[in-house]
Design a protein around this ligand. Structure first.
Ligand code: ATP
Ligand code: MG
Length: 381
């Protein structure tokens, strides 16, 4: 606890108190795959200047910190928000990738992938060790790679548009202890130098040009079935702003209504309201508005309908993800890791042609399935 306290600039009793109150929690399952880590903790809540998801590890008598990834504010009316927030600065418009947030850091001899909440994830770490160029950490030992892990083979967000295998899209390079981000230009150079995939930077603009281009990019991304944009002051001195496409809002709503009794109401409400605001700002003609209403309605109705049909045919509702592991040990470690965090079932699917172990992760949506069963057999809501 002494080193943990030091890493967070706290007294030892204060750190112990955080631990007793479960604000400071264990962040990994000890295993030889994580051999550099002796102890690891996460912050379950924001504490002082430390963000939720801040990660602290002890390795060989020294401490490592990975500050939690800061929240990004969302614009509902893009034009006014950009004007007010960025004034005359140069702003990079980047693709917002739809996956899960991962910070990659080097601890001792190896690299580790930390999730948004601050856990060391075995699946993500194995994949990172497969594809991330470690040279970066020789040159930038104080920094972490903030990436979106995206693809179809994802335990959290399965999106085929980013390809089948899980990949990492770099969006920020941050100091592990201060959370300061390198500027956009340096980040682009780093991605080129070390061969990282980048969350695409569409361009750098300011003023009216920024607004016109942001709208243009949003329309393009919407047409391609992508999530949206994050706008960043090129010097990274102002907080970034995010904005999502109609495609993304509808696909979220489709998901939410598929599992309508398991997903939080707030999740549904926010997506629906966003579409109202987007319509106000973007639907210049009536046909545009009608098209949006149709998309939104289809997303909602088809979501519920698909689930009804699945309950009739299969009797149960499952959210499924196919995952692929190099090592059987890491697969078992991932199963143990997931079982600690959530309720899930697993089905081993054997080896693929390259010798990877295939695992089906199944999250049963019992509450929605129960309610559907009740309703279709004549029950009341
Ligand atoms: P928040 O960060 O606002 O708490 P959230 O968890 O609700 O967000 P999102 O609505 O997905 O998540 O938006 C923020 C997240 O978007 C970031 O945490 C990051 O994982 C992801 N992201 C994808 N692409 C980018 C990008 N180019 N720049 C910054 N973040 C990005
Ligand atoms: Mg996201």
């Amino acid at each position: 606890m002494k080193l943990v306290a030091e890493a967070l600039s706290l007294s030892e009793p204060a750190a112990r108190r955080l631990y007793r109150r479960s604000i400071l929690k264990p962040a990994f399952i000890p295993h030889k795959f994580f051999s550099d880590i002796d102890e690891a903790y996460l912050l379950e809540k924001k504490f002082g200047k430390y963000e939720e998801g801040t990660f602290i590890a002890l390795s060989n008598g020294r401490s490592y910190l990975a500050r939690g990834f800061p929240k990004i504010k969302r614009a509902l009316i893009l034009g006014e928000c950009v004007k007010k927030h960025f004034e005359s600065c140069d702003v990079a418009v980047e693709e917002k990738i739809n996956g899960y947030n991962v910070r990659i850091i080097k601890i001792g001899k190896e690299i580790y992938a930390i999730t948004r909440k601050g856990y060391v994830c075995p699946y993500t770490t194995e994949r990172a060790r497969e594809i991330i160029n470690r040279e970066f950490f020789k040159d930038y030992p104080e920094y972490m790679l903030c990436c979106e892990a995206a693809g179809l083979e994802s335990p959290h967000v399965q999106k085929e548009i980013y390809g089948k295998r899980l990949n990492f899209y770099l969006f920020d390079v941050r100091n592990t202890r201060t959370n300061e981000a390198l500027n956009v230009e340096r980040k682009i150079e780093i991605a080129e130098e070390y061969g990282f995939k980048l969350a695409e930077v569409f361009g750098i603009w300011s003023g009216d040009e920024l607004m016109d281009n942001a709208f243009r990019v949003i329309r393009k991304l919407d047409g391609e079935g992508r999530e949206g944009i994050v706008m960043k002051d090129v010097n990274m001195s102002k907080p970034p702003v995010k904005y999502t496409t109609c495609y993304c809002n509808c696909s979220d709503l489709n998901y939410a209504f598929r599992y309508f009794n398991d997903v939080g109401r707030d999740f549904m409400l926010t997506r629906a309201v966003r579409e109202g605001f987007q319509s106000y700002e973007l639907d210049i003609r009536d046909e545009m508005k009608n098209e949006r209403c149709l998309r939104l309605g289809k997303a909602i109705v088809n979501g519920v309908l698909d689930s009804i049909n699945e309950v009739i045919e299969v009797g149960k509702l499952f959210e499924k993800a196919k995952l692929r592991f190099r090592s059987e040990e890491v697969m078992n470690l991932f199963i143990a890791h997931t079982k600690k965090l959530t309720r899930a079932d697993f089905e081993y699917l054997g080896k693929d042609e390259e010798g990877y172990h295939m695992l089906l992760l199944k999250k049963e949506r019992t509450s929605t399935a129960d309610r559907i069963r009740h309703l279709i057999s004549g029950g009341f809501w």
